[in-house]
Design a binder for this molecule. Sequence first.
Ligand code: PSU
Ligand code: MN
Length: 303
Amino acid sequence: MNKHLDIAPEVAQALRDGRPVVALESTIISHGMPYPKNVETALLVEQTIRENGAVPATIAVIGGRLKAGLSREEIEYLGKTGRGVAKASRRDLPALVARGADGATTVATTMIIASLAGIRIFATGGIGGVHRGAETTMDISADLEELAQTPVMVVCAGAKSILDLGLTLEYLETKGVPVIGYGTEELPAFYTRRSGFGVDYRVDSPAELAAMFRAQRELDYKGGMLVTNPIPEEYAMDKAVIDAAIEQALAAADAAGIHGKETTPFLLAKVVELTGGESLESNIQLVLNNARLAARTAAELSR
Ligand code: PSU
Ligand code: MN
């Protein structure tokens, strides 16, 4: 085991027994939702994973230790401290480990730590991708490179149209990352079920997802797989409402000169501010929906 890694006892036992485990990220807790909804949601997501037959492993960096599986107190700490905990992507781990610091893990770093722990499936809300205007800013999330090189299945609700979804799919195609639609041929756009862009493959059951992931491992690919699971119909938002909020958020980011790692959290917070509680509730529901699918798929993978 990696010397910087701590696997929670329950998670370690499940992995030894070959029982299903699902990884969860912590940027969504510290930077993605306001306190105390973030803590409530993180705990509810863990409970949902359990109800669907798997053991949850929420991932973060605490005191320079890579953690796979957090205590209630650690989740409370990450939620309460919020933006006071550094958002940690791939480039940040060496510094956090060397300095004994804390970090809220993005999709990229959650994949890295899950993989070190031997966890194969990870559920979240949305992934980072190619930002609009990336032709000149070169703002492309490290999440995409991680999908290309780390063997973890990421279950998400697609990506928000704060990103250029077409370019995000092109990038994933170049990197050889399969993009699967769960029960859909179309890439979901997080708050809405449709984006107008096609996925590579439609899959309709956890068993089939597990079979594809198993085949990818048997082919010795080094990368992972992206499963996009549309938000349940009853929680989907009106496309016009969310598009208007996103346009406004992009304009605000531009006016404030936001760039680098601040871009995604700024845009996300602005969208929530502009759409009130509705988008937050949609966000919570789609994460729970992804947790259910990831847990069932992990159970199939353990068979
Ligand atoms: N997109 C969302 N919600 C999120 C994120 C992205 O809809 O919480 C977070 C995830 O942790 C993701 C990270 O990995 O933002 C991407 O940040 P960046 O674009 O800076 O790589
Ligand atoms: Mn970026």
